[in-house]
Design a protein around this ligand. Sequence first.
Ligand SMILES: [Fe+2]
Ligand SMILES: [Fe+2]
Length: 123
Amino acid sequence: MGNDEIDGEHQAFLTLVERVSRLIEHGTRSEIMDASTAMVALLNVHFVTEERIFGETPYPDAAAHRVEHRVLLHMAIHAKKMIDRVEDVGFIRLSLRYLAQSLVEHLLETDMGYRCYLRKPEI
Ligand SMILES: [Fe+2]
Ligand SMILES: [Fe+2]
């Protein structure tokens, strides 16, 4: 993206999604729970960072982007709660897989929308 803070969080996030995806296939319920807890915590931090940074630019889709963050966070919190309550591991795995896909899609598509507003004017 060209912003060290955002790039660092995206990298950490992708590493975590990769970990969750691996655990979905081969991990225990408690490992999946720990990784998804870390994912929700990182999402909270990252969305605040991103909204602060693009909020300081003339990015025109800021409001819609914030709404998408709320939806993704809601999905992530719901998935995490489900791990606590639902016994059907197959259902949990499928839900986490869809969540990971939605998050990566957001990062690769929606986040790209404000990228050009981060560039400093050339001197
Ligand atoms: Fe992002
Ligand atoms: Fe975003």
